[in-house]
Design a protein around this ligand. Structure first.
Ligand code: TYM
Length: 334
């Protein structure tokens, strides 16, 4: 708790082009929840360097991501929007938590296995301990709730395990967080292979809708989306392509799957795909316009970065000092 509010923490990596999955699975829920909680949203650039990055590009993308958070509707006066690398406590707590995490636990992480397979030439220790840094992010702010997409479920479970283990040894130091998944959109699938999640690192650009895609590109990608030969718009596992399109449509319009099935009863796939494309454009176009506007206001973004970085550092240090004392580090002489 912070004051009379529970605490929410979440973050996104500033790598690659953000996709509609990132928006519908995470960012959209962040905005919806932001009034109820005391919120911290990190641009998690420490996580990004587990994969080799171009420095100038990383800096640019990190700023673009922070701007996107604001453009999506997170008010930086009420929500702490900051760069993870500006708060030294993340790395410091991660080190301590590394000493309370087992190799066996980390070995089970499916995202590590996937990423290790993808970057076989750079399987570094950071990639392996990535979930511990993520646990540090969350526990540093004593978060009660963490809104994420389903792909982060395993990382939330290990965070809870680490917190409980630490609390078991030292008393109630950490709040044990709960994951929050949105009702729709928690797992948006690839438009080209609906058995895989929509991912910013997909090699096929038609598989993902990028948040900065222009309306024509969005419409074209939906027209090409892989479906099936059933010719019926039904919400069921046997039609994963159509099911994914229904999810996207519902997440963008607020309609339910049943309403959508009724709306497109007896209609063709072509018409439905166009409707989904239009629904997505109507969400992304205003977002893109706000990003363009905010990007021009350099001084404003700079002030957000400074003010919120300091705020995050303040709260992070409170937990960090407590943890350092618990594990037996000598007190600082003031
Ligand atoms: P990242 O940057 O890969 O993704 C950011 C958020 O987007 C969600 N997401 C999706 N949701 C639905 N459908 C999809 N296809 C889809 N693709 C991505 C992710 O679940 C995530 O919520 N490790 C994290 C970042 C992180 C973090 C944290 C998150 C670091 N520290 C602390 C929460 C709390 C990651 O790489 O997310």
């Amino acid at each position: 708790m912070l004051g009379d509010k529970k605490v929410l923490y979440s973050g996104m990596q500033a790598t690659g082009n953000l996709t509609l999955g990132n928006y519908l699975g995470a960012l959209k829920n962040w905005v919806a929840l932001s009034d109820q909680y005391e919120c911290f949203y990190g641009v998690v650039d420490l996580h990004s360097i587990t994969v080799r990055q171009d420095p100038a590009e990383l800096r640019k993308r990190a700023r673009a991501l922070l701007t996107l958070y604001i453009a999506a509707g997170l008010d930086p006066e009420k929500n702490c929007i900051y760069y993870q690398s500006h708060v030294s406590g993340h790395a410091e707590l991660a080190w301590i938590l590394n000493c309370f995490t087992y190799m066996g636990e980390l070995n089970r992480m499916t995202q590590f296995k996937d990423k290790a397979a993808k970057h076989a030439d750079n399987i570094n220790a950071g990639l392996f301990t990535y979930p511990v840094l993520m646990a540090a992010d969350i526990l540093l702010y004593q978060a009660d709730v963490v809104p994420v997409g389903v792909d982060q479920m395993q990382h939330l479970e290990i965070t809870r395990d680490i917190a409980q283990r630490f609390n078991g040894i030292y008393g109630d130091v950490f709040t044990v967080p709960e994951a929050y998944f949105g009702k729709v959109g928690a797992k948006i699938m690839s438009l080209q292979d609906p058995s895989r999640k929509m991912s910013k690192s997909d090699e096929n650009p038609n598989a993902s809708i990028y948040l900065m895609d222009d309306p024509d590109t969005i419409m074209r990608k939906f027209k090409r989306a892989v479906t099936d030969s059933e010719s019926q718009i039904l919400y069921r596992e046997e039609q994963p392509g159509i099911k994914n399109l229904i999810d996207i449509y519902c997440a963008c319009t607020g309609k339910t799957a049943e309403e959508t099935v009724r709306e497109f009863d007896q209609k063709g796939y072509g018409e439905f795909k166009s409707a989904v494309g239009e629904a997505v454009v109507s969400v992304l176009k205003p977002l893109q316009d706000r990003v363009a506007e905010l990007t021009k206001d350099k001084a404003y973004i700079d002030s957000v970065i400074k003010k919120n970085g300091e705020k995050a550092q303040y709260f992070a240090n409170k937990t960090l000092r407590k943890v350092q004392k618990k594990v037996g580090f000598p007190e600082r002489i003031r």
